[in-house]
Structures are given as C-alpha cells and as structure tokens.
Design a protein around this ligand. Structure first.
Ligand SMILES: NC(=O)c1ccc[n+]([C@@H]2O[C@H](COP(=O)([O-])OP(=O)(O)OC[C@H]3O[C@@H](n4cnc5c(N)ncnc54)[C@H](OP(=O)(O)O)[C@@H]3O)[C@@H](O)[C@H]2O)c1
Length: 212
C-alpha cells in the first residue's frame, strides 16, 4: 500500500517493541531505516532482522537522554544515508512508583528520555529537514495516560502530556518554515494508535497484495 523507496526514516528505540515493529513496517515499505538505541546487542539483532527483509538499515548507538549523542547520531545517520525524511521519537521509559515515593531523580530520568529526548531528537531532525527543504515528518509516541493520568506513573503520564503539547506546538497541520523549506508534518500517536500503526506498518497494510 505504501511505497517508501528513497525515504529515510529514523526510529529511536527502534531495536525493540513498538519501535522495531515500526522500523519493520517502514523497511517493508521500502524505506531505508536508521535505528537509534542504547543496547548494542539489541541494535545488532534489529539490523539483522531488517536486513533479512532486504532492507537497507543501520544502527547508531544513541542514548536520547544525552544531547551530544543525539547530535552525533543525527550526523552519523546523515553521513550514512544522506537525508532524513521522517523521524519517529519513540524511545520511552517509565518508573512506576507511588507518588510520595517518587524522587526527583525518578521524575527527571523519565522526563529526560520521554520529553527532553523527544524534543532534542525532533529538533535535530527538523533542523535537517528545514535546511534540506522539501519537508519531512516527525512522530511522537504518547500514551492514553497523557489525557487521563496514570496511578503510580505520574512522571510518565506528565511526560507524555508534555510530548503532546510539544508536537502541537510544532504546528499541525503542516507548518511552513519559510517557503524555501517546504512543509513538514508532525503528529502524536497514543497507545492504541501506536500499536495499530506498528501492526499496520509491519503487517498487512504494507504487504504486497501479490504475495497473498
Ligand atoms: N507498550 C505500550 O503499551 C505503550 C503504551 C503507550 C505508549 N508507549 C510508548 O511507546 C514507545 C515504545 O514503547 P515499547 O512498549 O515498545 O517499549 P519497550 O519495549 O520498553 O522499548 C523501549 C525502547 O526504547 C529504547 N530506549 C529506552 N530508553 C532509551 C534511551 N535513553 N535512549 C535510546 N533508546 C532508549 C529501548 O532501547 P534500549 O534497550 O537500547 O535502551 C527500547 O528499544 C515508548 O515511548 C512508550 O512510552 C508504549
């Protein structure tokens, strides 16, 4: 259904879970995929899996809690693939705890990955997209908790609510960064939609009808 030949996608946390499902769907649709993750073994396994589909894919070591690592990963991705068309800021963590037991360190660790990491990832992606011109897409993976809150997961729910606000602040529908740069599209995906998107991308919607 989708033809993403020539498209380059970055998926943070693309070495497992929903991120790998999205990376798989993107690869099946013909995209070249850059997986950003911390765990070297998981990165290698994800790339093996994507290469087995006949895709072009590479992993880049990146802790999205670290600004320098994000900047370096984006440089390395651009050096390898030449461009980035879409960026899925998917990496996320939770530290479930009763509210009164939650330390400042717990709070900061979750915010650092889920919100600051997403901000930095999107900023570096959009910086490139604007410089390149022609637009692009950034996607954040939120949670139903961003609307309803989550018992024992106050930091997680707050980080995802912040992610929704971040995305909305980028401009949706497409924002124009000056006529020369073209448009990019930003969106936020909550849990059910993320799972649906991951499944859809990795399964039927990108299957070649002639494959049965
Ligand atoms: N599963 C759900 O039901 C659900 C519901 C709503 C939203 N979400 C959101 O969907 C996203 C993916 O969730 P998931 O269930 O697939 O999670 P998961 O299976 O725990 O995978 C998390 C991914 O994020 C990466 N990651 C974590 N911290 C990172 C960091 N500091 N830097 C770079 N990568 C990091 C991990 O890679 P490494 O191991 O290499 O660190 C891993 O690939 C998250 O944002 C999550 O909040 C999930």
């Amino acid at each position: 259904m989708f033809d993403l030949k020539g498209h380059v996608a970055v998926v943070t946390g693309g070495n497992g879970g929903i991120g790998l499902a999205m990376a798989t769907g993107l690869a099946k649709a013909g995209a070249r995929v850059a997986v950003w993750g911390r765990n070297a073994e998981k990165n290698a396994a994800a790339i093996d899996s994507l290469l087995s589909l006949g895709a072009e894919a590479a992993a880049f070591a990146c802790d999205v809690a670290d600004e320098t690592e994000i900047v370096t990963a984006m440089r390395a991705t651009l050096a390898r693939f030449g461009r980035v068309d879409s960026c899925f800021a998917n990496a996320g963590v939770g530290r479930p705890k009763a509210f009164l037991e939650m330390t400042t360190g717990d709070w900061d660790a979750v915010m650092r990955v889920n919100l600051v990491g997403a901000f930095l990832t999107m900023r570096e992606a959009i910086k490139h997209m604007v410089e390149r011109g022609g637009g692009g897409k950034v996607v954040g993976i939120a949670s139903v908790g961003s609307i309803h809150g989550m018992p024992r997961q106050a930091s997680y729910a707050a980080s995802k609510a912040g992610l929704c606000a971040l995305i909305r602040s980028l401009g949706d529908p497409p924002m124009n960064h000056g006529n020369a740069a073209g448009h990019y599209f930003s969106t936020v995906v909550e849990r059910a939609a993320a799972v649906a998107l991951a499944l859809a991308l990795s399964a039927d919607l990108v299957a070649d009808p002639e494959d049965g």
